[in-house]
Design a protein around this ligand. Structure first.
Ligand code: SF4
Length: 261
């Protein structure tokens, strides 16, 4: 059993994405097992086979796309990889292409110099030590240049069907808002979520939470009125419907309970 978090720390986490206008709010307790199951049942019903927004054709192009996605948007990565994969879509071809040419193809995304170096280096290791294949273990993946814990978790989940939960900024925020769990770091959140997400939903849990965070439970202003799990979520600062242009009702953009809280 975990030590209970100090209330002040929990409050900061629940409202962390809101960089301005942060207010002291009551930090709710994480939802119970039945509620977790219902949350994932609904997310599953809405999107039974969720897919990454990154474009890829196999484990190798997925790995490269995820490596390139650090501090870059998926749309920006897709734009770059369409050019890159047209000329090099396997490790041997990437090594042959070389760092300078890779850099040229991906120069529109952040940290492109370091990423080009890592992509060529990891491709060379795949050729020399893994027969040109992407290894299926997190440990082997994490030994590759530019591949951290989160990247490895995403790759083994999508490419090899492992029920990993790779915690990114969206999952961290959504998990705290509902809350599914409270944790200080992404790794701690992964450790907290992994055993409590129902087995039946663990395979796709990270996709559902990422997509929910990206398109509904957005960092600056969550779209609670159209959220499919709004009645189950305990976030004290849920947003309300936009004010009526005729009556001007509900003008604050925050729910009544949030204002009262
Ligand atoms: S109700 Fe609002 S805060 Fe809660 S999960 Fe949905 S969008 Fe996020």
């Amino acid at each position: 059993m975990k030590e209970p978090r100090p209330k002040a720390a929990a409050r900061r986490e629940a409202s962390a994405p809101a960089k301005s206008g942060a207010r002291e709010v009551h930090a709710p307790k994480p939802v119970d097992a039945a509620t977790r199951t219902e949350i994932f049942r609904r997310l599953h019903a809405l999107n039974p086979e969720p897919r990454s927004d990154l474009e890829y054709t196999d484990a190798y192009t997925l790995l490269v796309a995820v490596v390139l996605s650090a501090q870059a948007t998926d749309a920006g990565v897709n734009k770059a990889t369409r050019r890159l994969f047209a000329v090099a879509a396997d490790p041997a071809a990437m090594v042959a292409l070389g760092e300078e040419a890779v850099r040229e193809h991906i120069k529109t995304i952040g940290l492109f110099r370091a990423k080009a170096k890592n992509v060529v280096a990891l491709s060379r290791i795949l050729v020399e030590r893994h027969g040109g294949q992407v290894p299926a273990s997190r440990e082997a993946l994490e030994a590759l240049p530019g591949v951290g814990r989160k990247t490895a978790a995403v790759v083994v989940n999508i490419a090899f069907g492992e029920p990993t939960i790779a915690v990114d900024t969206h999952i961290f925020r959504v998990a705290h808002r509902i809350p599914l769990a409270i944790a200080k770091t992404a790794d701690a959140m992964e450790a907290a979520l992994t055993p409590i997400v129902p087995d039946a939903f663990r395979r796709h849990a990270h996709h559902w939470l990422i997509l929910h965070g990206r398109y509904v439970c957005k960092a600056r202003k969550p779209e609670c009125p159209r959220c499919p799990i709004s009645d189950l979520c305990r976030y004290p600062e849920k947003t309300a419907k936009a004010p009526s242009p005729v009556t001007g009702d509900s003008g604050s953009g925050r729910s009544r309970s949030a204002r009262a809280g």
